[in-house]
Unconditional design. Structure first.
Length: 148
């Protein structure tokens, strides 16, 4: 069962990543209800209180995993077009991580209930930090773009 769990997580994650990469940028051009920053986030400052600056760069960067992808680590500019693309890519990455977590209930089909609880813990541990970083980056970039 462990091999099956690992294979399903890996295949699903890679597949979702590929689909996200192939979706056009205009699919992520606007803040929908999912991407819109909430008042409780205080423009990303909530994440700063959680120490996100100390740990965000330790997370894997998969933006350039597929040909033509966008690596966020390489952004060292204040060029408006690049920063606006970065905002779009934060939405793409957020969509990817939310979508990856959607498969979690499927593991209940062949696993015991307590293994399913482990799958939920794994889904949250593997995706929630990435989601928080995307939301933090988008808030920061939005402030920066508004100041230009």
């Amino acid at each position: 069962m462990v091999v099956l769990d690992v294979a399903v997580w890996g295949a699903w994650s890679a597949g979702v990543g590929f689909v996200a990469h192939r979706r056009p940028a205009n699919a992520f051009a606007r803040d929908s209800w999912l991407y819109r920053l909430r008042a409780f986030e205080h423009g990303g400052r909530l994440y700063e209180r959680w120490g996100i600056r100390r740990w965000k760069d330790r997370l894997p960067e998969a933006g350039a995993l597929f040909t033509g992808g966008f690596s966020k680590r390489s952004v060292r500019t204040r060029d408006r077009d690049v920063l606006e693309r970065f905002v779009v890519e934060t939405r793409r990455a957020e969509w990817t991580h939310w979508t990856i977590m959607l498969i979690t209930p499927v593991f209940l089909i062949w696993n015991w209930w307590w293994v399913e609880l482990l799958m939920v813990v794994y889904a949250l541990a593997a995706n929630l930090p990435c989601l928080l970083v995307q939301r933090y980056n988008r808030a920061r970039l939005t402030r920066l773009l508004g100041a230009q």
